[in-house]
Every structure is written in C-alpha cells, then in structure tokens.
Write a protein that binds this ligand. Structure first.
Ligand code: V47
Length: 348
C-alpha cells in the first residue's frame, strides 16, 4: 500500500532500524532483484564560477579571479574529455554552474564539443534544471526550446541536481536566488515530455527536518505518476566543510540510512535509488545497499570536485569495476554494469 505523509513520518520516526531495512529491502528486491547497478562514467565540471550563492556550496566562486576558480574553454574541454574517456566509458555527466558572463552559446558549445570528440554511444547527461532555467532567462527562450536545443546537440538525460529541498521556507534560507520547486518540477516535466530521462535529488542534513524531506519525496512521486520520466532518485547528504553552513554537524549514519529507506518506500514509482559514493564514502555507500539503494553510480575516474571540496573522505574519487563489484558482492548482491538508461552492458 502507498505510504501517505503520516505513515511515512511514523516509519521515519521508528527506532527499529532492522524493520526499516527489511521493508526497504523488500521493495528494492521486488523492483531490482539482487542487482546493484553501476556504470562507467566520468564527470565534467566546466566551471565553478556561479552567480548563485547557495549556502551549502563549497565549490562556487563568484568570479574567475577568485582563488580556486576555473572556467574551461573549448580546447580544455576537448583535452579533458579525451583524458578521462576510455573505450568502455558509457556516460559523461556535466555539472555546470551559472557563470555571470557566459551566454547560452557557451553551454551549447560545451555539448557540441563533447559530442564531437567522444563516440556516439557515450550518453551526455547534462545540466540541472537550475542551469536550464538560467539559460532560459538569460536567452529569453522558453525552457522547452532550451531543452530541445540541448537535445538536438546531443543531451539525452538530465542529472537530478538543483532540487535541494522543495520547502519554500528552507529553500529561501539555503538557496534563495535560484529556480524554486515549481520551476524545477516544471523543467523536469517538460524534459520528460520531450522524451528525455531525468534524475531527481534531495539535499538533506542541513536546516530541514524529516517532514520537509517527506513532502519533497511526495512532490516527486506526484510528478512521476504523471510522466514516468524519472529513472533514479539520489539522496545527497550535506557535507559541511568549506561552506557558509559549516557550523552545522553532519547527519548521523542512522539518519542517512533512514533517509534512504524512507526514500525507497515513498518513491514506489521511481525504479532506482542511487547511492552516490563520492559524497557518502565507500563504507556508507555500501551500508545504504541494505536500506533500499540499488545503484552505486560509477567509476568516476577522479573527475569531480564538488564533494572533495565539501570535505568528503573521497579526495580523488575513482573506483574500478572490480571495486564496485566487490561492494555489491559483500552485501549479498550482484553488480551489473548498466548504460545511462539501465540497460545491461554485456561483459567483454
Ligand atoms: O544540487 C552541493 C549538491 C548537487 C553540496 O543525477 C552538495 O546522477 C552535499 O545533482 N554537500 C549537484 N551536496 C550534484 C548532483 C548529482 C550528483 C550525483 C549524481 C547525480 C545524478 C546528480 O550537489 C547540488 C547540491 O544538491 N551539493 N554542495 C554539499 N556541500
């Protein structure tokens, strides 16, 4: 039976972690059997210069002259893609920023450059709904047109970033100046209508309470009922180093595990719950497999800085397929390589 708000809160508040683990595992095994999915991917972070001043972000710089700022030109993007790509890579995940002086052509050029240098079987998963919203505002084009242009240039999936927490009161405190919940959901809905698959995230462990998280999950579940376009949900644990909310303590391990279990149980219509190890660390990532997670993302190839800059223990995130397979095996599961759309990739 579907969990409503009250039932979800009751389960969230239980002290019986074993019960939560069993319930979430039942659902996860009904949907995904004993499979733990992973992919061979790398991230591209073209710039960390951003107009938004999200309080949780350790990565942003306000302009290109601040220490630690970077903005790649097309030659650097080409070189970077060729350096990180290997024959078995199936996905490049682009994490943008909203640069104060780059117009929409820069974002288009990034995609065109990737498409030109990497083979066509590599999926480009690019730009969060927040970046799409800013491209739309800055260019005067409707978001639908921006998405169509990105799709035409080779984007076939959107990452789940920028969702943070939908509650307007908390959102006003942690990221007041970017797309709100309504706009984030609207852009994903439009992407789904255009045939693009997308992910969804939730940033937790900062100012929000459990009730805000459950409401966030229910809003995602409602949209998924309408479109069916979300492939995966990723609970993102707030990492506290080097950002304006560093005064907060990181959420406990049990709180992380509870949140994974409740996500699995509430989101009965989203097939995959992803545990993103560059943020959680390998050990905690492995534990989440016992609380509903069925996807451990990818090999990464030391290509993302967001979480290392925010204090993650994974300072140079890289895992081989064998490392990822071991994580699953030790939990009694079987790792399976996937492409970006959860099709099994045959072993070579
Ligand atoms: O929206 C930023 C989060 C997100 C911090 O779709 C932080 O497969 C924790 O969306 N502590 C961007 N989180 C990354 C993202 C993502 C990651 C992995 C997989 C996928 C996917 C998408 O990172 C932001 C924000 O919620 N974030 N700073 C921090 N200090």
């Amino acid at each position: 039976m579907r969990l409503d708000f009250d039932k979800a809160m009751e389960l969230y508040n239980t002290r019986d972690m074993n019960h939560l683990s069993k319930l979430a595992t039942n659902v996860r095994e009904e949907i995904n059997g004993k499979t733990v999915w992973y992919n061979k991917n790398f991230h591209l972070e073209p710039s960390n210069v951003c107009i938004h001043k999200c309080k949780f972000c350790s990565y942003r710089r306000g302009n290109d002259f601040e220490p630690g700022a970077w903005t790649m030109d097309m030659q650097q993007i080409e070189g970077y893609c060729l350096e990180k790509y290997s024959d078995d890579t199936t996905e490049v995940h682009v994490v943008g920023s909203v640069h104060p002086s780059k117009d929409i052509d820069y974002y288009y050029n990034v995609i065109e450059t990737i498409r030109r240098v990497l083979p066509p079987h590599v999926t480009i998963k690019a730009y969060s709904a927040v970046e799409v919203d800013d491209m739309s505002k800055n260019s005067g084009l409707p978001a639908k047109e921006v998405l169509m242009q990105l799709k035409k240039r080779g984007v076939s999936a959107l990452p789940g970033g920028g969702a943070e927490i939908f509650d307007p009161g908390i959102r006003a405190k942690i990221c007041p100046d970017k797309a709100d919940a309504h706009r984030w959901l609207e852009i994903h809905k439009t992407a789904h209508e255009l045939g693009m698959r997308t992910n969804a995230t939730m940033l937790f462990g900062h100012l929000e309470q459990r009730e805000h998280r459950v409401k966030h999950l229910l809003m995602l579940r409602d949209l998924q009922d309408q479109t069916g376009g979300f492939d995966a949900f990723i609970p993102l644990l707030f990492k506290t180093a080097n950002n304006p909310m560093s005064y907060l303590q990181e959420a406990d391990t049990t709180e992380v595990l509870r949140t994974f279990a409740i996500s699995r149980l509430v989101l009965d219509n989203i097939p995959h719950i992803k545990s993103y190890w560059p943020m959680l660390g390998k050990e905690l990532c492995q534990l989440t497999l016992l609380y509903g997670a069925d996807d451990i993302d990818g090999t990464i190839n030391n290509s993302t800085k967001i979480y290392s800059m925010a204090g993650s223990q994974e300072q140079n995130p890289t895992m081989s397929a064998a490392d990822l397979e071991k994580i699953a095996r030790e939990c009694g599961y079987v790792a399976m390589e996937r492409d970006s759309f959860y099709n099994q990739v045959a072993k070579k």
